[in-house]
Ligand binder design. Sequence first.
Ligand code: 5RP
Length: 223
Amino acid sequence: MNQDQLKQAVAQAAVDYILPHLERNSVIGVGTGSTANYFIDALARHTFDFDGAVASSEATAQRLKDHGIAVYDLNSVGELEFYVDGADEANDRLELIKGGGAALTREKIVAAVAKTFVCIADASKRVPVLGGFPLPVEVIPMARSHVARQLVRLGGDPVYRQGVVTDNGNVILDVHNLHITDAAKLEADINAIVGVVTNGLFAARPADVLLLGTATGVQILKR
Ligand code: 5RP
C-alpha cells in the first residue's frame, strides 16, 4: 500500500472506531489535512448517525459542507465526544507535532474541548523523538522577528513560511533542528514567548488514541 492508501485505511478505521459511540445529536471535531480529508469523505456515508461537526479550518469547513455535513461554531456546541485529526509526527506517548497545514491553533482549540482525541496517521509519522519535522509556530505578524530570535535562543532554527497566512490572519515560523525530549516543557516555553499564538506541539493535550496505518493493517495505540 502507498502512503495515500494507508491514510485512507486509517480514515476508515477512525469512522469505524467512533461510529458505535455516536448519537443522532452528536457533534464531532474534525481536523485538517489530507488524512482528515479522507476521514471526512468516509464520514459522509453516515450523515444520519450524527448531527454535525466543528471544523479546525476554513478548508475543512468547506469540505464538510460540500458533503452535506452541518458545520457548527465551537461556541455554540456544548461538548465534543471526539476530535479526529492527522499529525506530522507522533511519538510513543502520543505527543504530536501538527501544523504542516498551518491550522495548528484551531486544531489545538478543538482538541482541547474534545473528550477523546483520535489521531489518524500513516506509519511514516511515528518517530522515536519528535523534531525531525520542523515545528510550526503561529505568530502575530508584527512579532515575527522577535519570536524568531527567541526561538534561536531555545536552540531551534526558525524559517518563515513564505506566502502563508493562517485562517486567523497570522504567519508561521517552522522551527528546524529540534530534538524534542521534553515536549510538554518546550510547548510551554515557546507559548510563553510574547507574540506566539501557539505552537504545533500537542503534549499538554496529546492524542488519546493513535490509529496508525501500516503495511500489515491499522494498529491501535492508546495512552
Ligand atoms: C494540519 C495538520 C495535519 O494534520 C498534518 O499536517 C498532517 O497532514 P496530512 O494528513 O496531510 O499528512 O496538522 O495543520
